[in-house]
Design a protein around this ligand. Structure first.
Ligand code: ADP
Length: 348
């Protein structure tokens, strides 16, 4: 089994379990109200208005879809919305709702105004999606009792609720599903200044002393992702307590990140292998994502959801009609000369 990436923005099973069960440590790091949620200012402004307007009308908040790379705070926002309106958030995921009965169980247990958070909503089956449409629009759901010639359909009422969907792949969502959301919002990577605020708050919550320059360093090496920032903070804290006296100094921080193989802009070995594969095997590209995945022995989905968004955002990679190609910036970052033939000038 490959070593789990410390910079992966995907929740790890232990974190996910802790997040879902709201175990103490995780719960303390998760912002619970709009006021504690750092960054994403435009999005937050819209959400505050939507929530307040719904509250004034005494109606549930509009169904909302969040899309963007993992680890940026989509699940957190679902919890925040529920907290702001004083209701409960119920968390599930597309792949967990395999048949209509699974959805029936979930939606009939919702209280008035509750938030139903469905992660990876693009992975819902078409049949379950059809049931969900009716629940979203008409607050009711059909249940089929018995089977064969005795089958009958009973319609159950559902309390008015808010669906918060999250996806890393808005392109895979069906048009009818997308159209049923009142609000469709993208989450962007966080600038280092915002990550620094998150890191400062969380260092304090974890009760660890950290030099300002150490946290600044972390904020630049966390792939613009709060989940990565939190994970790196814990790694560095562990390193500092074993190699030092527990305080996070800039030097300990740098050594801990070096040990993890994380470079100055937050890339790890897999990111660099991705760029190197394009350079070494495909002369810098363009190459199809399937080909790169086969070269690296990685899942295409992992590359598209987890690796590529940050490389694209950093301008190290370009997606063209012909495939992926590295930019001049990638050659520079890896300290490699750009061959004359690799005409990436367009993307420099
Ligand atoms: P997603 O659902 O997009 O994968 P999560 O909502 O699970 O991401 O966020 C991952 C972690 O990052 C959370 O545990 C939370 O502590 C932290 N986090 C995310 N967004 C913020 C934010 N805006 N401010 C502070 N912490 C955040």
């Amino acid at each position: 089994m490959p070593r789990e990436r410390v910079v992966s923005a995907q929740a790890r099973s232990d974190e996910a379990a802790a997040g879902k069960a709201d175990k103490p440590l995780h719960a303390t790091l998760r912002p619970e109200r709009f006021d504690h949620y750092v960054g994403q200012r435009d999005l937050l402004r819209k959400l505050r208005i939507t929530v307040q307007a719904a509250d004034q009308r005494g109606e549930p908040v509009d169904h909302t879809l969040f899309h963007g790379p993992p680890g940026l705070g989509k699940t957190t926002l679902a919890h925040v919305i529920a907290n702001e309106i004083g209701t409960k958030a119920h968390v599930t995921a597309g792949p967990a709702l395999t048949k209509p009965a699974d959805l029936v169980g979930v939606v009939t247990s919702l209280g008035t105004g509750d938030v139903l958070f469905i992660d990876e909503i693009h992975r819902l089956s078409r049949v379950v999606e059809e049931y969900l449409y009716v629940a979203m629009e008409d607050y009711k759901i059909d249940i089929t009792l018995d089977s064969g010639s005795h089958a009958r359909v009973v319609t159950m009422p559902v309390k008015p609720f808010t669906l918060v969907g999250a996806t890393t792949r808005i392109g895979l969502l069906t048009a009818p599903m997308r159209a049923r959301f009142g609000l469709v919002e993208h989450l962007d990577f966080y600038p280092p200044a915002d990550l620094l605020v998150i890191l400062q708050a969380n260092a304090q919550k974890l009760g660890v002393k950290a030099e300002a320059t150490a946290l600044e360093e972390l904020s630049h090496r966390s792939r613009g992702t709060p989940r990565v920032a939190n994970r790196l903070l814990r790694r560095v804290r562990d390193f500092a307590s074993v190699e030092g006296d527990g305080d996070i100094t800039a030097d300990l921080c740098r050594r801990a990140l070096e040990l993890e193989g994380i470079d100055a802009i937050g890339l790890d070995a897999l990111d660099r292998s991705f760029l190197r594969a394009l350079i070494d095997v495909y002369s810098g590209g363009p190459a199809g994502i399937e080909a790169v995945a086969a070269t690296l022995g990685e899942e295409r989905d992992t590359l598209e959801d987890v690796i590529e968004p940050y490389l694209l955002q950093q301008g190290l990679l370009a997606r063209t009609r012909q495939g992926r190609r590295v930019t001049k910036k990638a050659y520079d970052h890896l300290g490699l000369p750009m061959p004359e033939s690799a005409d990436s000038g367009l993307f420099a």
